[in-house]
Ligand binder design. Sequence first.
Ligand SMILES: NC(=O)c1ccc[n+]([C@@H]2O[C@H](COP(=O)([O-])OP(=O)(O)OC[C@H]3O[C@@H](n4cnc5c(N)ncnc54)[C@H](OP(=O)(O)O)[C@@H]3O)[C@@H](O)[C@H]2O)c1
Length: 274
Amino acid sequence: MSVLTETYVLSNGVKIPKVGFGTWQVPNGEVAYNAVSYALKVGYRHVDTAYVYGNEESVGKAIRESGIPRNEIFVTSKLPADVKTYDGTLDYFERTMKNLGLDYLDLYLIHWPWPWNEKGKDYKKENIDVWRAMEKLNTEGRIRAIGVSNFDVEYLQVLLDNSEIKPMVNQIKFFIGNTQEEITQFCQKNGILVEAYSPLATGRLINNGAIQKIADKYHKTVAQICLRYVLQRNVLPLPKSTTPARIEENAKLDFEIAPEDMEYLNNLTDTVQA
Ligand SMILES: NC(=O)c1ccc[n+]([C@@H]2O[C@H](COP(=O)([O-])OP(=O)(O)OC[C@H]3O[C@@H](n4cnc5c(N)ncnc54)[C@H](OP(=O)(O)O)[C@@H]3O)[C@@H](O)[C@H]2O)c1
């Protein structure tokens, strides 16, 4: 069985393919359509987009025209960070569904705890309102699973204390040397699946000499070590590429990093030059 068809199981029993295809900075139109089509062709069954990526239309078109049954593809999108009301959430969800041209969504995430230009301001109360709308959409069957992104422990705890349905996912920046241990461990203890965005540090890990040493040992590429590392931390990697050869390379993860090498990778710091 390929890692592309293996699944994690969310707290509500929904199965989620262990590797997702990232689409941030992939322009709407031919580029997004071709990238997602190619990813699906080589076996990816999980696609990650967001309203603000501006490419939901082409992502949805590639999914609809893939010839793969809808229920075999796991589709994630995200509520814009600036939307912090109950009604706004319902409204933007409909916009996303219209863009995608799909009947239901597999996973919907609150993109950030705060509006983009108000980072750090207290939006805890507003997130509870947003979450109520997410719960409604989940209960009505419009979304199979709901979660958050970029939430720290404090923000997660507020939702855990004020929700009927617990968040099933937290999508955070996670790569070798940046594993956000406090958040990751809190999530894993509370049955919240951690998804790793920027698992290659948006490409900046590719020239890392320390990871290259491990890659040479396993006859793999640095990208493959970075992604396999994420999987062995029980986290879900979301690699992005618009290059066909790399899309394929990033899916060849059926090997095992030995415990001592995981330990070595766990201890790497400053993996990305500022
Ligand atoms: N929730 C959030 O706030 C948030 C934030 C950031 C990202 N994300 C999600 O996470 C996904 C991944 O993160 P990311 O886009 O930052 O980047 P990433 O997957 O860490 O890295 C992508 C970059 O690495 C290059 N690359 C990919 N595979 C490679 C390989 N095998 N060898 C060499 N270079 C390779 C890509 O180039 P080419 O494309 O040119 O091949 C691209 O420049 C996003 O697309 C998005 O879906 C979410």
